[in-house]
Design a protein around this ligand. Sequence first.
Ligand SMILES: Nc1ncnc2c1ncn2[C@@H]1O[C@H](COP(=O)(O)OP(=O)(O)OP(=O)(O)O)[C@@H](O)[C@H]1O
Length: 389
Amino acid sequence: MDSKQTDRRAGRYLMQTVPSGEGYRAFMPEPLPPSPKLEIDDDLQVLLSQADRVLGRLDGSIETLPHPDLFVMMYVRKEAVLSSQIEGTQSSLQDVLAAEAEVLSPDRPKDVVEVVNYVAAMNHGLARLEALPVSVRLIREIHAELLANVRGSHLTPGEVRTSQNWIGPAGCTLSAAAFVPPPPHEIGPCLSNLEKFLHTDSKLPLLLKVGLVHAQFETIHPFLDGNGRVGRLLITFLLCEREVLQKPVLYLSYYFKKHRQEYYDCLQSVRDNGTWEEWLKFFLRGVIEVSKQASETARRILSLREAHRQIITENFSRSAANGHRLLDHLYTQPIITVKNAQDATGASYKPANDLVNRMTELGILYEITGHARNRKFKYEDYVSLFDDG
Ligand SMILES: Nc1ncnc2c1ncn2[C@@H]1O[C@H](COP(=O)(O)OP(=O)(O)OP(=O)(O)O)[C@@H](O)[C@H]1O
């Protein structure tokens, strides 16, 4: 493709002026799919088949887990932490798990609320997919969940922006921005074109479609805040909606974070040079990398659970059933109090306390507060499986 064909392929810059007379260039994306159409060369083809294969394998390996939903919940939390870290919050997976053990704790850090909101947005979106296709309406609902009652809530949760925004180093002016997305009156038409593309039954392989949609969404930048997070959630929702994945287990936040500059450069080059294929290669490499990692995590969970079930069977003659019950509970809530253990097993305080103490002696749980009262216990081996990133 020659450069004349590509430099307007993704859209064009429109000169705009603010009332003070200052000029800037806002970008107007062309509707998808790209024209001239995607050139699927050997490299792209190989990446596409590999991504399809590893994603299929990931989907299958989740099915082999005894409690796939437990894995999914941990995964969603990890994604929430990573995704919120890209945005600049500082909570760790440990903070989130600890806060969940004490849901009503008044000293729950604000950053954790943001992460918990991300989990809520994910769950809301997945539940809504039963009744509503991935659409502008769903995108707005997810945005409303994501920014409800947190920093940024003044930024109109669930509403597309009515003012011009821009991307650039902190404090930069509109005219010095790295990128200025479409003017506010163009957001409606841009989003409805995107929705049309989503619902058009094209022959485009799904992963390419998802990659195109993510990049286009980031270019439209329809909200004042949270565009990165909503755009990453869209990837997961589309894969679940089209049943490539039975469970929401593909998250690219870690990959985008690790290759942040390349990620931004690829998006910018699509706009400036129409290089959709290069972006898609970057995207597919991410799908391959994170699918492999997630399959490996699933495999390790399976063997960890087997090993710990065995230890419990050998060491708990009478209370093995409660031990197994608590063990399974730990896969959803890996930091617990004795009260949590009571709730999970149905045992009264004394046997639940004995159970937790015995699991601590056996090295399955670790007490993390160092206090004699209000103790918290962590299922360290499990949590550390999610430590990457
Ligand atoms: N040239 C660019 N430089 C930086 N980010 C860009 C660029 N182009 C698009 N983006 C997108 O903008 C997103 C950030 O937008 P916004 O701050 O609204 O989202 P967020 O969810 O609050 O942040 P984050 O994505 O950092 O978590 C990035 O994740 C990226 O997808």
